[in-house]
Write a protein that binds this ligand. Structure first.
Ligand code: ATP
Length: 475
């Protein structure tokens, strides 16, 4: 395999790159729209609050994040299985779970300007004086507002037909726990993983896709023997932290936050959030919770079904398992990954032989996705359309398609095409030039370092696989 430099060098080697500039949510939102990651829902009608659509690059990225999580949480464990439960569940589920009673936000309205606020998110003095933080008008009393979307099933809109859009995926797991033990002969400890949509009537939905009314969750519920819960809780905290490290996330942008007594949910024995440093500050990304035996006890009570586990290897000992939950937002993880990957670089002009610099500066926006989750893994670019280079490049593209998500671009200057791929987060560009015709080699250009190596076409698939596996983020 030949690996000399290709001669299609960009302006500057990586050693001359200057540090990144600061990130704002506006930059992320605008790149997401421009490149087809995320669009506002129903934009032509002025948009729908709290809802977003995932475009061609966005849906690829979302699917890959989901696949990576699924692999991590099911394939890599002998005792975790998957589930895909319905969004619509029996309404008693939400009484048992405590959502009908407790899943509320405290709300106040301004009688003058009609703005609505979460009482816990406005300055305490405004709340005490009942004064609107926006216009100074009078605020209403605080009232509880349930976040569940309520609708009706069947033709009659009476109370008997009330049904909710699930506000979390976890309950679908709890109500199937016995089915899964029986059908799959699961033994404690074991886990059930699920990815799916959830709905919450959120009042404040700013910050792009961070908090939305329709979103997706990736949840895993791990059933353990009472008494073993503290150890398993620590183990799952360790594993979830290690997962983000493996994905190449900036670890100094992640931290743990333990819920204090005021924050702890009614069901939780102990709870930690993994927080990420988003452009608007530290915010929750994922929760790791010790839910005690609350969930299965409540479902026993409300359904009248015996949900005890029978430990056959131990004299048929019966108990209600404790549950350790790991609960991450899929769409929120996508936002985290966009923010984490985003970089802007000034590519300093190369010095000329006489020591002077070229006049023009060049900037690039680059998304440094881990190659295993990048929406496009490789782009094939013929240096010229003519002389059979386009045909050769198309041929290489068809060959790679079987194994990777591949893009093809033959339009415009090569430097501009690299920039387009950088902005989409494509880790590898494969450039086909005249030498490719002669000796069967192509250039692989790396997104992060902008370095280029020549690789024999026959070695390309193996080389890309190896690069994906050994990837280490350099910035
Ligand atoms: P928050 O405090 O941000 O409202 P939460 O504590 O209510 O979140 P959980 O009920 O623990 O969140 O949900 C688990 C995960 O689901 C969260 O860590 C988050 O990633 C995601 N999530 C929750 N609500 C939303 C939402 N409205 N939009 C997008 N993702 C969400």
């Amino acid at each position: 395999m030949s690996e000399e430099s290709s001669g299609i060098q960009e302006k500057a080697p990586s050693s001359l790159l200057t540090p990144s500039t600061s990130l704002t949510m506006e930059k992320i939102t605008s790149l997401a729209k421009r490149r087809g990651f995320v669009f506002q829902s129903s934009e032509i009608y002025g948009g729908q609050n709290g809802a977003w659509d995932y475009g061609p690059l966005g849906v690829e990225l979302k699917n890959r994040i989901a696949q990576a999580w699924w692999k991590e949480m099911t394939q890599l464990h002998d005792n975790i299985v998957g589930l895909d439960a319905a969004i619509l569940m029996h309404p008693r589920t939400w009484e048992a779970s405590g959502h009908v009673e407790n899943f509320t936000d405290p709300l106040v309205d301004c009688k003058k300007c009609k703005s609505r606020f979460r009482a816990d998110q406005i300055p305490p003095e405004n709340l005490a004086e009942k004064k609107c933080p926006d216009c100074g008008g009078e605020l209403t009393d605080t009232r509880k507002f349930n976040l569940m979307f309520k609708t009706h099933i069947g033709p009659a809109e009476d109370t008997a037909s009330v049904i909710y859009l699930r506000p979390e995926t976890a309950q679908g797991i709890y109500v199937n726990y016995k089915n899964i033990i029986q059908s799959n002969r699961m033994k404690i400890p074991f886990g059930i993983a699920q990815i799916g949509k959830a709905f919450r009537n959120e009042i404040v939905t700013k910050n792009f896709i961070f908090r939305t009314c329709e979103f997706e969750q990736m949840e895993m519920q791990y059933f353990v023997k009472p008494g073993g819960d503290v150890e398993w809780f620590e183990e799952w905290r360790r594993r979830r932290w290690a997962y983000y490290e493996k994905l190449g996330i900036k670890m100094d942008h992640l931290r743990w936050h333990q819920h204090g007594p005021d924050e702890l949910a009614h069901y939780a024995k102990d709870a930690y959030d993994i927080e990420y440093l988003f452009p608007m500050g530290w915010r929750e990304l994922e929760g790791v919770h010790n839910r005690s035996n609350y969930d299965l006890s409540r479902h026993t009570e409300y359904s009248g079904k015996d949900l005890q586990y029978i430990e056959q290897d131990n004299g048929n000992e019966r108990y209600i398992p404790f549950i350790i939950e790991t609960s991450a937002g899929l769409t929120r993880t996508l936002l985290m990954i966009l923010c984490d990957a985003y970089d802007e670089e000034r590519i300093v002009p190369e010095k000329k032989p006489d020591g002077s610099e070229e006049a023009a500066d060049d900037w690039r926006t680059v998304l440094r996705f881990h190659p295993s989750i990048a929406p496009v893994t490789a782009a094939v670019l013929p240096l010229m359309k003519k002389d059979g280079l386009a045909e050769l490049a198309q041929d290489i593209r068809s060959e790679l398609k079987e194994d990777f998500a591949v893009d093809y671009d033959q339009g415009g200057a090569i430097g501009r095409r690299y920039r387009r791929q950088d902005e989409a987060g494509t880790p590898f560009c494969i450039t086909v030039d005249y030498q490719s015709k002669d000796d069967g080699t192509v250039t692989v250009r790396f997104r992060d370092s902008m370095e280029q190596v020549r690789v024999a076409r026959t070695e390309l698939t193996a080389r890309l696989r190896q690069e994906i596996k050994n990837y280490k983020r350099i910035k």
